[in-house]
Design a protein around this ligand. Structure first.
Ligand code: RTP
Ligand code: MG
Length: 142
């Protein structure tokens, strides 16, 4: 399995419940290393651009409202099979279907307020990493 990078966001509801440390700890414990990180409050323009793929969906307005409701923690995770591994640790999009012990099972409040985002494929990971970290990420040699 190749070393990959993926874009992860701890969403506003999880930041609000002070779960940043717990969630980052799960990534590190699973062998996903943090190579970039940034805490920020997304503008409506940024949230709409980030989720542009969903702009025709009925939940888009609610999603943008939520993603701009408070600060988020954005990070790049690096490791073997990082894209799939991150989504496995997050659990299903619908928290009612998320496996026990996953981030969404433990920290989601609803379908929309589901605690975390993770890139879904190598192409989207590269786009999303460039969206938040145009300056690049750190080389982890130790
Ligand atoms: P994400 O992009 O945030 O990692 O989530 P995902 O791939 O698991 O799910 P996606 O289909 O990309 O949906 C993006 C986010 O939109 C919200 N959503 N709400 N109420 C609804 O029916 C609904 N469907 C999606 C969730 O916050 C979801 O993570
Ligand atoms: Mg998605």
């Amino acid at each position: 399995m190749a070393i990959e990078r993926t874009l992860s966001i701890i969403k506003p509801n999880a930041v609000a419940k002070d779960a940043i440390g717990a969630i980052l700890g799960r990534f590190e414990a699973a062998g996903l290393r943090i190579v970039a990180a940034r805490m920020m409050h997304l503008s409506r323009e940024q949230a709409s651009a980030f989720y542009a793929v969903h702009q025709e969906r009925p939940f888009f307005g609610e999603l943008v409202d939520f993603m701009t409701s408070g600060p988020v923690m954005v990070q790049v995770l690096e490791g073997e099979g990082a894209i799939a591994k991150n989504r496995e640790i997050m659990g299903a999009t619908n928290p009612a279907e998320a496996a026990p012990g996953t981030i969404r099972a433990d920290f989601a409040d609803s379908f929309t307020e589901n605690a975390a985002h993770g890139s879904d494929a190598p192409e989207t990971a590269a786009e999303e990493i460039a969206f938040f970290f145009p300056e690049g990420v750190c080389e982890r040699t130790r």
